[in-house]
Design a protein around this ligand. Structure first.
Ligand code: ADP
Ligand code: MG
Length: 693
């Protein structure tokens, strides 16, 4: 149960003063739906309003807080004219200017004859001291409330500073003092204060230096976040280990048959990974292993071999993919090999007909289906296995710890293999998975040719359309990716549809459109038509990022490549270069290019090495930019900056280990405090692994 004291923090943001349904939506987009989400939205700048000169001393360009008498309102004749309010003190006159100002509102805000304290940026306009749209206007009694250093928060379109500040201040005020969950000795050594005090300070910067991630207040909050995350991972792992494992030993017979049906040899890394996994499965403990490798490095095949090991041992194996498209694709890859090995395999997705589903569920429960590939439909309650020994989760960074656990809890002692496509730098790896056994596929299958990557300004799109025409006339298959630009899916879809229409008009009947809103059968039909060559061009939103496999496709066009992160570009490019033919990737960018976008595109031209790209990516993002990690599905750190807080991450890992060793059910005094920490950072999944009490 979540501690009572946290309840106000888990209310909707609309429970905060000044946040109605409209602003609520914007705040949710910015920070999250709950009050607690606002706590983690730390200021990104400050405005010093302590500068309180007399009007004559106010200097243009600076922020000032002036105390003035309201003299008269100049209501404009036409709405295009600014609304001016003349004010003064003993030293001079100030003209306060509003565009589209409403008279009734402004007369109430600035009543003639009265004194008001006005804060904003000073301008000089035709020799007059002027302030346009002041940030604050308050009566004299409230002067102190604005005469201070004000935190400035990052915004989202439509949201303004004032209501957000107010809501965050209220959220901080609602935060309870909580029992200390950090080790007192460590806290003292770091000179950190209690959680509430640190939170309050982090939201009340007095100097620019207070915005640094290394201030005691911010470092403490970051450490809290890292500890919550590392502790959650450690608890889940501990929980999994305490469930008795089993030794799953194959005899190699099925693997041999499947491999004989392959038209190629396994790469050295595939062989090594297969051996590592088999050795792990043969141990009596539960396996939790990450299979890491670039797009197209052949992970699916390695995972399939592991599944055969489970079947050889007389048990079942399941593979869960993040999307239906991917599940179908894995199934299509695996099914012929399974057949060659004489293994019964089924596909389970949310789209199956009732009868189909019933048959699959029965097959799994009775055990005659030995391998199943599916979506999250696999973790639903009605799915039972006769004897599940191995769960493979194709993460592509889309599942959380929770789903992984759900699949591996389908049986008493399931070994877990997680496939992930992005080569993750060590720091991020630790943050995402804690300590974890890893098998790496470091080489691409033989016979792959390098991809010719070029960058072009988007103005040259006409040439690209022509070139694409030449290519498809010789049988090439082309992906054409339209990016997420707006925050609205509808607008993005409209962009992709528009591109589809122009290309289809040019090359009638040759173009397909693939996006996230398509129903399963439509998608599948389009994918099939592209895979078999009926369609030559596949216009797609980023849905194809997740693992579409058409080896015959050799051209990748990415529009607005400057909008994508490096990892994403790399993933997208990895959709081509999978066959024996030479492939091309055209990155179309809109000018002007920012420095980071320029570097990203340069790296893309330079290398195809996913590990190198990942390192460069982390460097470019400085570890601090959250968007990239969010896209990649790595833990969404709100307070910790993996660049600045790498040492804290290691410390949190060690601390989490120690805690789980000593008090695995979090029953001690500190343990109880730590439970609150887990709730605070929404690690309820980890709390659920604790023994009741
Ligand atoms: P990943 O899952 O790592 O992106 P896949 O397992 O989907 O990669 O493999 C990509 C393609 O390469 C598939 O068409 C697969 O059949 C093929 N492939 C896998 N291993 C090899 C190999 N050793 N030699 C040649 N082709 C391979
Ligand atoms: Mg794959």
């Amino acid at each position: 149960m979540r501690p009572q004291s946290l309840t106000p923090l888990f209310a909707q943001v609309t429970s905060l003063p000044g946040i109605g349904p409209r602003l609520g939506k914007l705040v949710e987009r910015l920070a999250g739906p709950l009050v607690v989400d606002l706590l983690w939205h730390l200021p990104s700048a400050i405005i010093d309003r302590r500068n309180a000169p007399e009007v004559a001393q106010a200097r243009a360009g600076e922020v000032a807080t002036l105390t003035v008498t309201i003299d008269e309102h100049h209501v404009p004749h036409s709405p295009r004219q600014p609304y001016r309010v003349w004010c003064s003190d003993e030293t001079g006159k100030l003209c306060v200017t509003y565009f589209n100002g409403r008279e009734d509102y402004l007369k109430k805000l600035l009543p003639p004859g009265e004194i008001r304290v006005i804060s904003g940026k000073i301008e000089l306009y035709q020799g007059e001291v002027q302030m346009t749209h002041p940030d604050h206007v308050v009566p004299l009694e409230e002067r102190d409330s604005i005469l201070r250093v004000e935190p400035v928060y990052g915004l989202t379109a439509g949201l303004t500073q004032r209501p957000l500040q107010k809501a965050i201040t209220a959220a901080v005020a609602l935060s309870p003092e909580l029992p200390e969950w950090q080790d007192p000795a460590y806290l003292k050594k770091q000179k950190w204060e209690a959680w509430k005090a640190s939170l309050t300070q982090a939201h009340a910067p007095a100097e620019v230096t207070d915005l640094s991630p290394l201030t005691p207040a911010r470092a403490r909050l970051a450490f809290d976040e890292l500890l919550a995350s590392q502790l959650a991972i450690a608890l889940v792992r501990h929980h999994n280990r305490t469930l008795a494992g089993r030794a799953v030993k194959g005899d190699g017979s099925l693997q041999k048959r499947a491999l004989a049906a392959l038209p190629f040899q396994l790469t050295a890394s595939q062989l090594l990974a297969n051996a590592e996994i088999a050795a792990d499965m043969a141990k009596p403990e539960r396996m939790v292993r990450l299979l890491q490798g670039d797009v197209g490095s052949g992970k699916t095949l390695v995972a399939f071999l592991a599944m055969l090991t489970a079947v050889e041992a007389g048990a079942q194996a399941a593979m869960m993919a993040p999307t239906e498209l991917l599940a179908r694709q894995h199934y299509a890859t695996i099914a012929p090999l399974a057949e060659a090995a004489g293994v019964t395999i089924a596909l389970l997705t949310g789209r199956d007909s009732q009868n189909q589903k019933k048959a699959t569920l029965r097959g799994l429960a009775e055990g005659h289906i030995e391998i199943v590939v599916g979506t999250h439909a696999l973790v639903q309650d009605d799915v039972e296995f006769a004897d599940l020994a191995l769960a493979v989760v194709d993460e592509q960074h889309r599942f959380g710890v929770h789903q992984r656990m759900a699949l591996s809890s389908k049986a008493a002692a399931v070994d877990l293999l997680v496939m992930t496509a992005t080569p993750i730098p060590r720091t991020l790896m630790l943050a995402a998975y804690g300590d974890l056994d890893v098998s790496k596929l470091t080489e691409k299958p033989a016979g792959r040719q390098p991809i010719d990557t070029r960058t072009l300004p988007i103005e040259r799109i006409g040439e690209v359309v022509q070139a694409v025409g030449r290519m498809i006339s010789t049988g090439a298959r082309v992906y054409w990716v339209c990016p997420l630009i707006e925050e609205s899916e509808d607008v993005d879809l409209a962009n992709a549809e528009e591109r589809f229409r122009t290309l289809d008009a040019r090359y009638p009947g040759k173009v397909g459109l693939l996006h996230g809103r398509l129903k399963g059968p439509e998608r599948e039909a389009t994918m099939n038509a592209f895979a078999t060559g009926t369609l030559s061009i596949l216009v797609a939103t980023t849905v194809i990022e997740v693992g579409v496999d058409v080896p015959a496709a050799t051209v990748m066009v990415i529009e607005h490549a400057e909008r994508f992160g490096l990892a994403q570009l790399h993933q997208l490019r990895g959709r081509v270069g999978r066959g024996v033919d030479k492939s091309t990737c055209l990155l179309l960018y809109a000018q002007p290019l920012g420095e980071t976008a320029k570097s990203r595109l340069a790296i893309m031209r330079e290398t195809e090495d996913g590990f190198r790209i990942a390192e460069e990516d982390l460097k470019l993002r400085g570890g601090g930019e959250l968007l990239g990690t969010r896209q990649s599905g790595l833990p969404d750190m709100r307070l910790a900056d993996l660049g600045a807080h790498a040492e804290l991450l290691e410390a949190a890992r060690d601390d989490a280990r120690l805690i789980v060793d000593r008090d695995p059910d979090l029953e001690s005094e500190r343990g109880k405090a730590l439970r609150a920490l887990l709730y605070l950072f929404r690690r309820d999944d980890a709390v659920r692994t604790l023994r009741a009490g």
